[in-house]
Design a protein around this ligand. Structure first.
Ligand SMILES: Cc1cc2nc3c(=O)[nH]c(=O)nc-3n(C[C@H](O)[C@H](O)[C@H](O)COP(=O)(O)O)c2cc1C
Length: 328
């Protein structure tokens, strides 16, 4: 039986197949199923900057209501229910007690600010690491790429300064120079980069002329984008590379490790096939390793990366030119 143990951000994992941040983490029975099926780790869905800011806004509103009624009373404090952010923290604490597998909390960040202090509170729940989800659509015409990248680095630095647990950065694929952004994030001390986040794309129904904003799960075809970037970056940065998007089978996972991924993260496959499907993925990966006579992941990790392959140009433009010109 091949050995699937690995480390990720310095954390020991029994398997390199990881549950990506998703609604699975909202259900304790599903989290337990993931652990039983052999998931190496589970990323809890993000605590969104908006949730924190909305809580702060509500608190401010309620405090000012109190101030109107009892302007003389300094000790007035409204009887607030737990805010969304607090509920999220409590949920993670409960989850921590229920399972043994490593857990990573996720913080969605689009701008730096005081709320970054929530990283510390997420750490206090007992999670093993923190994933920074920098999900934002760069739609402001006045803000150029350099400014956006500077904002990203500011957030990464602020969060890393806040916590002692390892921090991963989940990136969007829409940076002009992904290699440079990964290397800058690496220099700032991120222990992993997650390639890539997948944006929810709104659609338009031409019949009703309305917007459709529904969750469309990924297809295995979408894995080629992170696969290329993992292959290009393997061996060139210190930080671990987690491949995320389009991993739907054990063979997809095998491809990711051949490119150089340290782990794979999967969400759509588990949402469509059910969480126990992780064990099928693991069996498929083990079967493939047996067939190829690999005893452990390091026997083949990065073997097909740009640095190791016999055809280093395959991942770059040369191959594109060859194909377009119809040459072999
Ligand atoms: C229902 C659902 C909820 C998700 N919630 C989050 C989230 O809270 N934070 C996050 O970083 N990604 C979230 N994602 C994105 C996934 O973590 C993942 O990056 C994306 O689905 C691509 O992986 P896949 O092809 O395996 O689905 C969510 C995905 C799904 C399907």
């Amino acid at each position: 039986m091949p050995n699937l143990k690995t480390t990720y951000m310095g954390i020991e994992l029994n398997s390199p197949i990881v549950v990506a941040a998703s609604s699975i983490s909202s259900f304790i029975d599903q989290i337990k199923l993931a652990e039983q099926a052999g998931a190496g780790l589970l990323v809890i869905r993000s605590l969104f900057e908006e949730q924190i800011l909305m809580d702060a806004l509500r608190l401010e509103e309620e405090l000012s209501v109190g101030a109107d009624i009892f302007p003389e009373s300094l000790s007035y404090f409204p009887d607030l229910e737990h805010g969304k952010a607090d509920e999220h923290l409590m949920w993670i604490e409960e989850t921590r007690k229920e399972v043994k597998m490593p857990l990573i909390a996720s913080l969605n960040a689009v701008s730096s600010g005081n709320w970054v202090k929530y990283a510390k509170q997420l750490e206090a729940t007992g999670v093993d690491g923190l994933e920074l989800n920098v999900y934002a659509v760069a739609a402001d015409q006045k803000i150029n790429g350099a400014v956006l990248e500077a904002q990203l680095y500011e957030i990464v630095e602020a969060v890393i300064a806040e916590v002692d647990i390892p921090v991963a950065v989940k990136l969007s694929p829409f940076y002009t120079s992904i290699a440079n952004v990964v290397s800058e994030v690496d220099k700032r001390g991120a222990k992993a980069v997650v390639l890539f986040n997948r944006f929810l794309q709104p659609d338009i129904d031409p019949k009703t002329e309305t917007l459709i904003s529904e969750m469309v799960y990924s297809s295995p075809e979408e894995m080629k984008l992170p696969l290329r970037w993992v292959a290009l970056l393997y061996g060139r940065v210190k930080t671990d590379l987690a491949l995320n998007t389009g991993v739907h089978s054990g063979l997809d996972a095998a491809k990711a490790f051949l490119a150089g991924a340290q782990i794979v993260q999967t969400a759509s496959a588990l949402h469509t096939q059910g969480v126990p499907y992780i064990s099928t993925m693991i069996r498929e990966l083990e079967g493939w390793m047996d067939e190829h006579d690999y005893k452990k992941l390091d026997d083949f990790r990065g073997k097909m990366s740009q640095r190791e392959t016999d055809d280093p140009f395959a991942f770059e433009r040369a191959q594109y030119v060859k194909l377009l010109l119809g040459q072999e």
